[in-house]
Design a protein around this ligand. Structure first.
Ligand code: IPD
Ligand code: CA
Ligand code: CA
Length: 264
């Protein structure tokens, strides 16, 4: 695979997809509930994924595609060969409610190794991307390597519900963590939270359940500036399943996960 040619093509199609989404703001969108009231999908999610699938296949029909909305109609049970991971709109709740703070995400893996990642903040017109080993960029400007910092100076992305009694994580540890940190944030788009870590706007992002398309691109981008990704119990990320997830500045990753987070 000619990664540079694939890169140029991906930049073109992700921006074209973004332009289509921006135009959709002037039309009435159809909203459906998926697994629950907080899990939405719109016709624009589906149309955007269908558009990207068509474009990817037009480039090379052997590329395999795992997309959140299933428009590729493929079962991906291994990461052999070239696999594209597509989230057509990450942050659908923000898309519906705010018309901002959502992104298109594309991660390209070859035999399980991340080669290229793209996260396009459609309304800000900011394209974050990285090719393996070549650094991470936003709109052509290289992102700086992350600098070490102590936990009490860190800003961490997490869901506020973790600080209340819940079935997933010991909330007392989370309360201690919140007291230790400089601040917390919740942006409502996993991909934009990961690029917030990659740009140093946040120092870590934690989630109890993310899918491969939520993290595939972000891991590649974050890795290029030195961020560390794992599950919350410090296992390697598996891109064939849903799991917990953390991406963090390497200076705080172990302490954050080891000292404060206990999964039930
Ligand atoms: C969701 C967003 C959200 C995260 C959820 C994801 P979607 O993706 O990234 O911030 O908390 O776990 O499912 O459904 O908007 O593509
Ligand atoms: Ca998502
Ligand atoms: Ca989505």
């Amino acid at each position: 695979m000619d990664i540079q040619a694939v890169h140029d093509y991906t930049v073109t199609i992700i921006k074209e997809a973004g332009e289509r989404i921006r135009k959709s703001f002037f039309e009435t969108m159809q909203i459906e509930i998926k697994s629950g009231a907080n899990d939405l999908v719109t016709n624009i999610d589906k149309e955007t994924e269908a558009f990207l699938v068509k474009k990817i296949r037009a480039y090379d029909a052997t590329f395999r595609i795992l997309g959140e909305e299933g428009m590729a109609q493929e079962q991906i049970t291994s990461l052999d060969g070239v696999v594209w991971m597509v989230d057509p709109i990450d942050g659908t709740m923000n898309f519906v409610r705010q018309h901002r703070n959502f992104a298109i995400s594309i991660g390209i893996y070859v035999d399980g190794i991340g080669q290229a990642g793209y996260i396009y903040d459609v309304v800000a017109d900011e394209l974050y991307y990285a090719l393996k080993g070549q650094g991470a960029y936003v709109n052509g400007q290289r992102l700086s390597p992350l600098e070490a910092l102590p936990l009490n100076e860190a800003i961490v992305g997490m869901n506020a519900v973790w600080a209340t009694p819940n079935p997933h994580v010991e909330h007392e540890g989370i309360i201690q963590l919140i007291r230790t940190l400089r601040g917390t944030r919740s942006l409502g788009s996993a991909t934009l939270e990961i690029v917030a870590v990659a740009t140093g706007r946040m120092d870590a992002y934690l989630s109890l359940r993310l899918s491969p398309w939520d993290i595939a691109a972000g891991i590649i981008i974050a890795n290029e500036v030195g961020a560390v990704s794992s599950t919350l119990d410090c296992r390697d990320v598996n891109l064939l399943t849903q799991d917990t997830f953390v991406v963090a500045n390497p200076s705080i990753h172990k302490k954050l996960v080891g000292d404060y987070i206990t999964l039930k």
